[in-house]
Design a protein around this ligand. Structure first.
Ligand code: FES
Length: 145
């Protein structure tokens, strides 16, 4: 005879419940999704992707001062050889309204301002904003946490 119990029932029988049960399920899923479930407001912990700058869809990034929003990340061409990237989600009231404006990042909702490194420059932006690393290799731009 075969006794079948669910994974949940098995874990409960060992005394796991609530948060510890969630932690075990996280361990079985991908690290990224687990961390995101832990409450990162940007939802972008573990973020890592590349953009092909020869692709017309990414052509804005070939001109200094322009920006592109991909995967809720605002990516800006700051200078001939420098990029900057921050989450699109403003730390003031979590609106997805951050853009790049000339010398830094700006939220169009209430005016929060951030440096290209994500440091807050006014009262709305005082919490700063999550910034990501950028790395250009040839014509491939990598954006990563
Ligand atoms: S939500 Fe961005 S400034 Fe208020």
């Amino acid at each position: 005879m075969e006794d079948k119990i669910s994974r949940n029932e098995f874990l409960k029988s060992l005394g796991f419940k609530g948060a510890s049960l969630l932690a075990i399920y996280c361990g079985a899923s991908t690290l990224t999704s687990c961390i995101n479930e832990a409450g990162d407001p940007s939802g972008n912990v573990g973020l890592d992707f590349t953009l092909d700058l020869t692709d017309p869809a990414n052509s804005k990034l070939n001109s200094v001062g322009n920006y592109l929003i991909v995967n809720k990340v605002v990516i800006a061409r700051v200078s001939a050889d420098q990029f900057a990237a921050v989450t699109q989600i403003c730390s003031h009231e979590n609106k997805s309204k951050v853009i790049y404006q000339g010398t830094g990042f700006y939220c169009t909702e209430h005016g929060a301002k951030y440096t290209i490194e994500g440091v807050g420059l006014n009262s709305e932006g005082k919490k700063g904003i999550k910034a990501y690393n950028t790395q250009l290799t040839g014509t491939t731009l990598r954006i990563f946490a």
